[in-house]
Design a protein around this ligand. Structure first.
Ligand code: SIN
Length: 283
């Protein structure tokens, strides 16, 4: 299969054209997997995927996770998380505010998600241009750019991540918070992880889920976390994805953060569905 691959001019990001995912042979799949490991965010453009076809492709990366936000799961395929601002009978058909904060999927789990895949069905437009872009931050480049003393410091430290931390403030959180905290107690991960496929060191923290740094006095930990959260989203580490219907965007949660932009509102409609792959503990 003759894949057409182009790299972005950012530290992360690539596009693949000339491919129909349901027909992908093993060799072409391996090339896409290698590209995800190398470029961290990969757009496969021009797809027309049923829910089943999206799941079949995502399963080639590993076991799929069902997200805890039950009201936002596809009714026929609970492995698919619906991200949308569309209302039916006055009720949202999916998650209306996924990705408000910079975050990496599943950081609140002992084994965080490895890869996520968001497929665009409807993309909002303003003045003929797509809006509702998704932003990414390159966590390998962000680690490399730290002063050596800070790298040595983060290499020794762990961050605590909690789902409850952000979701406790969400007006539309349907679940009982005590139950959510019981289901997902805070977990700790190294502040700098070694990417399981590439061996590259990547920072692992986010404003969305990281609540504190273990083993430092509170004020020192808070100051370091704030400085790191600001550092990782510096413009030179960012990649911006402008959506087109039919894009399947694959991102590596071990090497990136992401955040949605909310520069649109109904009647501008946005409809996407996400499959998420289980990962491994970082040690
Ligand atoms: C997400 O955080 O998974 C959603 C990102 C987006 O909707 O742009």
């Amino acid at each position: 299969m003759n894949l057409s691959i182009t790299h972005s001019d950012r530290p992360i990001g690539a596009r693949v054209a000339n491919v129909r995912l349901p027909d992908l042979d093993e060799d072409a799949f391996r090339r896409i997997l290698d590209l995800v490991n190398e470029r961290s965010v990969v757009t496969i453009e021009g797809q027309d995927l049923s829910e089943q076809q999206q799941i079949d492709f995502a399963r080639r990366f590993g076991e799929l996770q069902k997200i805890f936000l039950k009201d936002a799961l596809s009714s026929r395929y609970p492995e698919l998380f619906v991200v949308s601002n569309i209302l039916e009978n006055g009720k949202p058909i999916g998650s209306t505010d996924a990705g408000v904060y910079w975050h990496t999927d599943g950081a609140y789990l002992p084994k965080p998600h490895s890869v996520s895949m968001l497929y665009a069905i409807e993309v909002p437009e303003k003045d003929g241009k797509a809006v509702g872009d998704t932003l990414f931050a390159a966590m390998g480049a962000a680690y490399d750019a730290l002063p050596q003393a800070t790298r040595e410091q983060v290499d020794r430290l762990r961050g605590v991540h909690s789902l409850h931390y952000r979701y406790a403030t969400k007006a539309d959180a349907a679940q009982d918070m005590a139950e959510l905290t019981r289901q997902f107690p805070p977990v700790s991960h190294p502040l700098a992880i070694r990417h399981p496929a590439t061996g590259r060191k990547c920072l692992y923290l986010s404003e969305g889920y990281t609540t504190r740094i273990e083993g430092l006095p509170e004020d020192e930990g808070e100051a370091l976390l704030k400085a790191l959260c600001e550092h990782v989203v510096r413009p030179e580490f960012q990649y911006r994805h402008r959506w087109a219907p039919g894009d399947l965007l694959i991102w590596d949660n071990r090497a990136t953060l992401h955040r949605a932009t909310f520069d649109y509102a109904l009647p501008q409609r946005r409809l996407m569905r996400r499959a998420t792959v289980s990962g491994e503990a970082f040690g």
